[in-house]
Design a protein around this ligand. Structure first.
Ligand code: ADP
Length: 809
């Protein structure tokens, strides 16, 4: 059969299901608790009682699909429906019918070929038919699965007794063979008596979309014979009682759940208060007057976190040694202890009994993130009469689980908070943060050591870059500990995996041969990959020389991964900064070379030009004078550019520390420097009251000066009208310089900030194309931005942001 054709369309069906029953459990069309009957393994024979055609196929389709998916043969006996009808229904449900029929996985039979093959119904013959068909099917397929329409019974002379005898025989046969079946009964077609018998003889019934655990099922021995009525009465009475008890249990459970919810859902309440209320509730419900939640610590003591009831040794905040306590008993076999009478449990000779005198004890262990945390206990100084019910057990477990999940949540929060406090501290260096983080991590997981390794690209050997808690002097071990990772497991496995890799106990695994274990004794280990951008950098790990008695939990893995991500991020940042610094250093070197090495020959050119001018000036004709002027001019311009470049390259490295700067004063100074230009061009400069900002006084002066100079220079024909404004935006000031000049084409507005980029030639406007590049670099050093808004012919507005001065400055 074709698996592809059938597996894709119905959600919730799985190919790993074991019995026919599970086809219904997992089918979205069905509901109801489907369980095997006590004492009857026969889950393989269903009666389906239906009223409509849709209902009939609602059960048959998932049953067939499931069988095909499991590689079984389906024998479909049609009577009421035609084969064509069944085929098209199966096809409409997405089953590849031609493929299934072609491979022999789906076979259609008529009633005349099966039930009535000898002309009338013969139970023995039919059982034989099943046995043969199953034998044949299982040669090639996993099992035989039968869907049978039972409508034929109506017209046949078959008696009810015959049929029922036959059905109960089937149960027997199906118990031992690889065969399962649905017999379909149309309720409208049959007498109520027959339907009643169908109900009695099938351990499982499908009715109205539910696969039912059939408590009306009557085993064959009860159905026939002289004792039948006695058996039946007893079964009915038992069922009655069971159902009533089940209902009462269910109600009790519901009430408990509601109470539990009420107590735990109050978010204003502290953890201790909630625990206290839980203890009160449990103590009342279980009829045990003492309740306590205790925390056990590694040094074999118990601390009672909260307690209710009146007992001189069991009270809130009391600390005791674990020895000879009831908790010790519980922790020796983690899970739940339910003792109603200490004497019956043979506890009365124990020291714990002597000390505490508790006769009833009902308790569960509490684990947090997989590690033992403590115990939740209820107890009484008197024995309890009744055994603990299932509901009470569930209730105790639920209380324990609530405490566990709450503590886990707290733990997660603390972890995140503490690690955040370390990593976000601006006063710490990366090394100190890393050390504290690793220290925190190993302690949190109860391990000795932690570290970061690096796998440099050039020699493919891991190096211990940073280690704590491992060996006396961690530094000494750098470079020597890690060998060729091709051999080892620890680092190699981690670097090759996207998820953290953990080994709680390396003994008896292939890790045991790793030199890191053999020579350095590391016996338990959890590591995560550290990346530098997209290249693997190394590993972040925690571990111990002692093996660990429990696996690493998901929480621990997640936290290590988070730490790894932080380290990756920092390493990447450091590398980026390093790269930037290097490029800055190169630029500055170049500028240094430019200023010193180029300025010298340039000076020579200039002085010789002046010499020519003074000594041979008279000998030059008009052209000669003009050429000389060009040469002098070129040399001047070159000096300007070199000076500008030098200033540009030094913005980061030679800037002054930031201090409060009064922009009013800055503007005043700039006005004075530009006085000549202002007068020459008749420029009018107005300004709003300017704020104090935080920055480098000299650099800010350069920015304002450049912008004003540009505003004057690119003013066009009319006299420059310039307006300076300042607007507060949260922690920043936006300073803008607006002019009424020539403006800038939109597509040019970005490139004017590039170094040496100009929109005009020197004949039109003087300039080096460095001014705005310098402004941008200065503003960026101040953590700000600079931009221009402009309409050609309609002036430009240059704006930039600067950090505001904090109020206390
Ligand atoms: P320059 O030394 O050429 O002025 P800048 O970096 O200061 O160099 O400016 C780059 C280019 O941006 C200028 O050449 C000019 O074309 C254009 N520009 C700068 N400021 C203005 C302005 N206020 N109005 C119009 N264009 C401007």
């Amino acid at each position: 059969m074709s698996k592809n054709a059938t597996s894709s369309d119905v959600a919730g069906e799985s190919v790993t299901l074991e019995t026919g029953l599970e086809a219904f459990q997992s089918s979205p069309e069905f509901s109801g608790p489907v369980e095997g009957l006590d004492g009857h393994d026969c889950n393989d024979h269903f009666a389906h009682i239906y009223e409509t055609r849709e209902e009939k196929f609602e059960a048959a389709v998932p049953f067939v699909r499931h069988g095909l998916e499991r590689g079984e043969r389906i024998a479909y006996v049609v009577d009421q429906s035609t084969e064509t009808e069944v085929r098209s229904t199966l096809r409409a449900a997405g089953i590849d019918v031609p493929a299934a029929v072609g491979s022999g996985a789906l076979v259609f039979y008529t009633v005349d070929e099966t039930y009535l093959r000898d002309g009338s119904f013969d139970p023995h013959e039919m059982i034989q038919f099943y046995a043969d068909a199953t034998a044949e099917a299982t040669e090639e397929f996993e099992a035989l699965r039968l869907v049978a329409e039972m409508s034929w019974i109506r017209d046949d002379g078959t008696t009810i007794e015959q049929l029922m005898e036959y059905e109960s025989k089937i149960n027997e046969l199906f118990d031992h063979e690889d065969v399962l079946a649905i017999c379909q009964y149309d309720r409208d077609l049959f007498d109520p008596e027959l339907i009643q018998d169908v109900i009695r003889t099938h351990p499982h019934l499908i009715y109205d979309g539910a696969a039912c655990h059939n408590f009306y099922y009557t085993p064959p021995e009860e159905l026939f014979g002289d004792d039948a009525p006695v058996h039946e009465n007893e079964r009915m009475l038992r069922t009655l009682r069971e159902r009533t008890t089940a209902k009462a249990e269910l109600q009790a459970r519901e009430r408990f759940l509601k109470e539990l919810y009420d107590v735990t859902a109050d978010s204003d309440q502290s953890f201790e208060e909630t625990v206290r209320r839980l203890l009160e509730l449990g103590s009342e419900r279980f009829g045990l007057e003492i309740g306590y939640f205790a925390r056990t610590t590694t040094d074999e003591t118990v601390e009672i976190v909260e307690a209710v009831g009146d007992h001189d040794r069991i009270a809130t905040s009391v600390t005791d040694t674990l020895r000879d306590t009831y908790c010790e008993k519980l922790l020796a076999a983690p899970g739940r202890i339910a003792v109603t009478d200490a004497a019956e449990a043979d506890w009365t000779a124990d020291r714990a009994y002597e000390q505490f005198g508790l006769d009833a004890y009902f308790a569960t262990t509490v684990h947090v993130s997989g590690a033992e945390y403590g115990t939740l206990c209820f107890a009484s100084e008197r024995p309890r009469e009744e055994p603990y019910t299932e509901t009470e057990r569930t209730y105790l477990d639920l209380m324990g689980q609530w405490i566990e999940s709450e503590l886990e949540r707290q733990q997660r929060e603390t972890f995140l908070q503490e690690s955040y406090q370390i990593t976000a501290d601006p006063t710490l260096t990366f090394e100190t943060k890393l050390e504290r983080l690793l220290d925190f991590g190993r302690e949190w997981m109860g391990l000795e050591a932690a570290g970061v390794t690096h796998l440099p690209a050039w020699d493919d050997r891991f190096r211990n870059e940073f280690t704590i808690g491992y060996g006396d002097d961690a530094d000494d071990e750098s470079d020597v500990m890690w060998t060729d990772p091709g051999e080892g497991c620890f680092c190699r496995e981690v670097i090759e995996s996207d998820d953290p890799v953990g080994m709680a106990d390396v003994r008896a695994t292939e890790w045991e041969d790793d030199p890191i274990h053999r020579e350095h004794g590391l016996s338990c280990y959890l590591g995560t990959k550290v990346m530098n951008g997209s290249t693997p950098y190394g590993t972040l790990w925690v571990g111990s020389t002692e093996p660990r008695d429990r696996e690493f939990t998901d929480t621990e893995r997640t936290f290590l991964e988070l730490m790894g991500q932080w380290v990756s991020y920092e390493i990447e940042r450091e590398h980026r900064e390093q790269a930037l610094e290097e490029s800055n250093a190169r630029l500055e070197q170049f500028a240094y070379a430019a200023s010193h090495d180029l300025q010298e020959p340039l000076r020579m050119v200039s002085s010789y030009l002046r010499l020519i001018e003074s000594q041979y000036g008279d000998a030059l004709d008009g052209d000669g004078e003009e050429f000389l002027e060009f040469a002098v001019d070129g040399a001047d311009r070159m000096r300007e550019m070199i000076d500008g470049l030098l200033a540009y390259s030094r913005v980061e490295t030679r800037g002054d520390p930031f201090e409060p700067v009064d922009l009013e004063t800055v503007l005043e100074d700039v006005r004075q420097d530009l006085q000549l230009q202002i007068e020459d061009t008749n420029a009018e400069i107005t300004a709003a009251t300017l704020p104090r900002v935080k920055g480098d006084d000299n650099q800010l002066r350069q920015v304002v000066q450049n912008l004003l100079e540009n505003a004057i220079t690119y003013s066009g024909d009319s006299a420059p009208r310039i307006r300076i404004d300042a607007n507060r935006r949260k922690q920043k000031w936006v300073i803008s310089v607006r002019d009424n000049g020539i403006g800038i084409e939109p597509e040019e507005q970005d490139r004017i900030f590039d170094i040496f980029d100009r929109l005009h030639n020197r004949e039109e406007y003087e300039g080096t194309g460095l001014g705005l590049a310098l402004c941008q670099r200065i503003v960026e050093r101040h953590d700000g931005e600079i931009w221009v808004e402009s309409e050609p012919g309609n002036g430009s507005t240059f704006s930039f942001t600067l950090p505001a001065v904090a109020d206390r400055d």
